[in-house]
Write a protein that binds this ligand. Sequence first.
Ligand SMILES: CCC/C=C/C(=O)SCCNC(=O)CCNC(=O)[C@H](O)C(C)(C)COP(=O)([O-])OP(=O)([O-])OC[C@H]1O[C@@H](n2cnc3c(N)ncnc32)[C@H](O)[C@@H]1OP(=O)([O-])[O-]
Length: 725
Amino acid sequence: MAQYARSSAVAVIRLCNPPLNALSLAVLQALEDGLKKADADPSVKAVMICGENRKFSAGADIRGFSSPKRHEGALGPIVSLIESSEKPVVAAIEGVALGGGLEVALGCHYRIAHVKAQMGLPEVTIGLLPGAEGTQRLPRLIGLPAALDMITTGKHIPATEALKLGLVDEIVEENTIEAAIRLANKVIGQPLGPRRLSLKPIPRLPNMEAFLREALVKVKKQARGCLAPELCFQAVRAAAERPFAEGVRRERELFQVLLTSGQARALQYAFFAERAVRRWDTPSGASWSSAAPQPVRKAAVIGLGTMGRGIVTSLVKANIPLVALEQDLEYLNKGRKAVMLLLEREAMKMERGAQALDFHNPARLQFTVDFDLLHDVDLVIEAVFENMALKKEIFHKLSKICKPGALLCTNTSALNIDEIASATSCPQQVIGTHFFSPAHVMRLLEIIYGRHTSPTAIATAMQLAKALKKVGVVVGNCFGFVGNRMMFPYVQQAVFLLEEGSRPEAVDQVLEDFGFKLGPFRMSDLAGLDVGWRSRKDQGLTGPSLPAGTPARQRQGQRYSPLPDLLCEQGRFGQKTGKGWYQYERAGGRTATPDPWLHSFLSHYRDTHHIKTRFIDQEEILERCLFSLINEGFAILAEGIASGPEHLDVIYINGYGWPKHRGGPMFYASTVGLPRVLAKLQKYSEVHPDVPGLRPSAFLKKLVAAGNPPIKEWMSYLSQQSSKL
Ligand SMILES: CCC/C=C/C(=O)SCCNC(=O)CCNC(=O)[C@H](O)C(C)(C)COP(=O)([O-])OP(=O)([O-])OC[C@H]1O[C@@H](n2cnc3c(N)ncnc32)[C@H](O)[C@@H]1OP(=O)([O-])[O-]
């Protein structure tokens, strides 16, 4: 768990816990033993700490925080032990030094890093704070502003930036271990007092009070209900205002508050869920463990609308050469201009700027209207309008033009992958890749396999997600797939609540207070109300194909609200037209303000349909929206559309603005308790028997009857499936 060796007068302690040398109890014990051994040996004059496999350490073992044998108290004293050593201790940082790993390095008297190493205190992202005295030492080393930024955001910084900040003493391009041993030999006998961070004062700021005040406002705004950033702030403030030992006590108190908060558990669940979904499988037995991806050396994107532009930008950023195709020169030129603008902006954000992206080179990014140029690409992403006939026509063409084996992806948010694949002679190569807008920003990629999609195609799409730095989640083919399918009943409830007496701003407020980035109405306005309208027209729910005499508020015996259709008929498509559920300062404006027109329109609508309004409280708004979404999630799991609740949660956190500190909808249901979710659904379903979304799913009932098992056991109640968590 830690190897002890000698290099002449330098004792070498190597942390060993593959793959990332997480600091388990055993590693900490071995580190402590190594330090004591070095201390007791008079022939040892200095110590060097490094990590096995060229990785320093990814920090405390996160699984340990939820185990009964918690180890959170063990690390701080070891960091102190390192710092108080009478022999100089040098940290040799390779790979990553994160969380507790960086705190160990902060206890060392010197830090030397490989140029490619990454450092950070990401505890905040798993609902904690750097509780091994990191909140007290880091500000003493790099100053309050930089330390606060690192600790409250959890960002990883490259070694070059760490050097500029003074976090490391030196960076090397070659052998870090040898350089660290050289440094250790050089500093033998030099005074250690100035190197002990606990003894250093915090570098003073001329306007400390004002700085802290402003920083707190910023942290609170970004936290949106998540506790950890604010408590991180408080711990750092203690470093600024109190002596070291008192600051450490405060850090411990705050750490305990976070550790026992449900939020830390939710965020740690989300951390492992994101990793679990990489190990995908399908009901037919295809799996990540046996499928190998095909290389993607060249790609193509068809359609340069909003989605296509974002997808092109993502591919260029991932350094994949590509061809961008449009239907005619007018659309091509418009699309090219927009893509170039996006790429210029992305290049400005990047360290090495435009050279790194190289998007002016036609060998890397080529714009065309000629389908034949797609003959040699390994992968095509079609991102045209959501229209089945058009998509089928394109896929038919692609299966003739593309080389054998090329992966054919369709970017769709709901259309049937099998039907699209049926237009080709190679359905095994057809797969859904549902990007989220803006596609170069949003992390989620929903990957949808059809009946004939090959395991290689799934593995290649997952590999693509990784190359694009996205989270790929493999799901089955059904209307709306996972994300949008769960969204339908949620949005439907929100609209029903308006019919019954609520207002868009009241519903949005409740869901935004819960932690969503945007409530359902603000989100619809952003996405464009016309998108759903078109889909409802295609489904025959509204528009000219609706049979005469269909009741306004009913479809196939179920409750239906024509409210969104009526808004669209008025040309209110949301932000793009300056009016939707809210009004905006202009077409394309972003500032939503409540619209008196809409309020009177709603009153008139209720009068027309003789709807008796009532006051709807926050609890009902929250429960009807969230529990109907969760209920659909249980139906999806029962149908085998996703292979575990973690898939649904990862999709919601990364694609739908679900607050991560609540762990995703299915995790949230597990914290509320399934019996309560069931009881509430039963209650609302009795009041609204014509709303299928409120009728409890059979799987939810089964789990409640089984005694409300923990989330990781849910899938074992469905045939052979098991959770990967
Ligand atoms: C005492 C109080 C103060 C201290 C607090 C802390 O230190 S809190 C900690 C602060 N530190 C952090 O928050 C850093 C957390 N780690 C990371 O952010 C990333 O792992 C990474 C960026 C280091 C590498 O990304 P990458 O995509 O290259 O690799 P990957 O992510 O796939 O990881 C490979 C495997 O290692 C696993 N595993 C990793 N770290 C830990 C861990 N600490 N623990 C346990 N397990 C960990 C991971 O689950 C995966 O296992 P699987 O699925 O194969 O069974």
